[in-house]
Design a protein around this ligand. Structure first.
Ligand code: KIV
Length: 275
């Protein structure tokens, strides 16, 4: 069976069915997420702070992102695999941007790439236009764009003061220009619910929200947040499991059993004749 395609996603969107996306950075988790039936798996640059031990997404390199994407690709059968282009891998020239995007499809097995775009971000809109013309499916990303964190200074909600804000108009216009450049969907991060609704109503491709409220076409969460792996919890997320507790209980039990020699037990020992 082939993976979820853009026509599959758009058919679901036209039927008014919400789309689901989760992040993954390695094979075992990606395999479970895929079995759970999500439409899309994003190999996000949130790998930086959720998988690779950095403070944020900025240090993630092309090699790390390609390696994470390849691992996810090897594990996934059904969901669309989308690779996030890391900070600094696009924008300096059209040639480098295209080369780097191509590597995710050719070398790492991604089905699409995702790029962050600042409000009215001419450079990335031009790049996206070129990528889609060349046959590279692109998911847009607007609202809070963490790769610009050093510039915007923190995780602020984007597009507040819905009725009067030029920021909201800028988001709507940027989303429309991304659609004209050929994106198949747009991630909308950390905006008010009214802003999420305004962008969604302006577009004919799906919006995928994270902290964007209820009136968008789909949802995405960072896997470690929703699994309770890593300690932090955020208003925009929902914790569906508590893996931190499960893992620390398991490790403490293992250490205690090694200490008191109850592990390994007789059933964990190879019988030389049977083997
Ligand atoms: O990198 C990522 O995980 C993302 C999601 C937060 C949408 O961009």
């Amino acid at each position: 069976m082939s993976r979820t395609s853009i026509p599959d996603l758009h058919e679901k969107y036209r039927d008014g069915k919400p789309l689901s996306m989760l992040t993954a950075y390695d094979a075992p988790i990606a395999r479970q997420i895929d079995r759970g039936g999500v439409d899309m798996i994003l190999v996000g640059d949130t790998a930086g702070d959720n998988h690779l031990g950095y403070d944020d997404t900025i240090p993630v390199t092309m090699d790390e992102a390609l390696s994470n994407t390849s691992a996810v690709d090897r594990a996934v059968e059904d969901a669309m695999v989308i690779a996030d282009l890391p900070f600094g891998s696009y924008g300096q020239s059209m040639e480098t941007s295209v080369d780097n995007a191509v590597r995710f499809l050719k070398e790492a097995g991604a089905d699409a790439v995702k790029l962050e775009t600042a409000p009215h971000g001419e450079t990335t809109i031009e790049i996206i236009d070129r990528l889609t013309e060349l046959g590279i499916p692109v998911q847009g990303h607007i609202g809070l764009t963490p790769q610009r964190m050093n510039q915007i200074g923190g995780g602020y909600i984007q597009g507040r003061n819905h009725s009067s804000s030029a920021a909201v108009d800028a988001l709507v216009e940027t989303a429309e220009r991304l659609e004209a450049a050929g994106v198949f969907a747009v991630v909308l991060e950390t905006v008010t619910e009214e802003t999420g609704k305004a962008v969604t109503e302006a577009m004919d491709v799906p919006t995928i929200g994270i902290g964007a409220g209820r009136y968008v076409d789909g949802q995405v969460l960072v896997i470690t947040d929703m699994l309770g792996l890593g300690g932090e919890s955020f208003t925009l997320s929902k914790q569906y499991a508590d893996l931190d507790s499960i893992i620390s209980d398991a490790v403490e039990t293992y250490v205690a059993e090694v200490d008191d020699s109850t592990f390994p037990a007789e059933e964990n020992v190879y019988d030389p004749l049977e083997e």
